[in-house]
Design a protein. Structure first.
Length: 144
């Protein structure tokens, strides 16, 4: 009987070492890395416009980050890249490049990620003590 090989689990430190040198972004959870899908032009446009609007409205009170900044959910160990995150007040980072205390997280929905963004990913995000709002933005219709 053939036995399926399982990939060895990575430590968070191993993931971060790989991720910091990678050409593409990956999520990390429970010892596994998951490549993040590339966005469509529409997804990119909606994301950029959302970040621009948030920055315009909040720039005197808050800091708005785009999808290039990793967020860590300390309670669950998820490391991921939301489409936008906002901090109003002092910013807390893990190793200077991973945000720990977003007050707002934005995800632009796509057919391939919507169920995850609304379900399991939201379960993780709900464990962030500083999180006050979770904004889901449709890229196919005017709906948030």
């Amino acid at each position: 009987m053939a036995v399926a090989k399982t990939a060895p689990r990575l430590s968070e430190a191993e993931y971060l070492e790989i991720e910091r040198q990678a050409e593409f972004k990956s999520e990390f959870y429970d010892g596994e890395m998951f490549a993040m899908a590339g966005g469509s032009p529409q997804h990119s446009l909606v994301s950029v416009n959302t970040v621009a609007e948030l920055r315009d409205k909040l720039k005197s009170r808050c800091v708005v980050f785009n999808a290039g900044l990793r967020v860590k959910v300390e309670a669950t160990g998820l490391l991921t890249y939301p489409d936008a995150s906002v901090v109003c007040g002092p910013q807390r980072f893990f190793e200077e490049d991973t945000l720990l205390n977003p007050g707002l997280i934005v995800e632009v929905l796509s057919d391939s990620t919507e169920a995850y963004d609304r379900g399991k990913k939201f379960e993780h995000y709900r464990q962030i003590a500083s999180l006050r709002e979770y904004l889901l933005v449709s890229q196919t219709e005017p709906r948030i």
